[in-house]
Design a protein around this ligand. Sequence first.
Ligand code: ZN
Length: 77
Amino acid sequence: MICPYCSRTMESGSIQSRGTIRWFSDKTLRIEWRPQASAKDGITIASCGAGPFAYALEPSFYCPECQMVMIKKEDGD
Ligand SMILES: [Zn+2]
């Protein structure tokens, strides 16, 4: 993927978490203490499964020059 800001090639990788990764349109804190908690609002980027070894993972790209991460949200909601 080409960085839309500097046009350099972005590094391929992934975003990983022990809980669901979700995007919100404001900065109101919405921490989920249970990884399997269902979405109340926001856009789910990567869902976390259930159980003690559950995790969320979504492929993404990183530009070290701009320090920007590009990620396409998972299919679904
Ligand atoms: Zn860049």
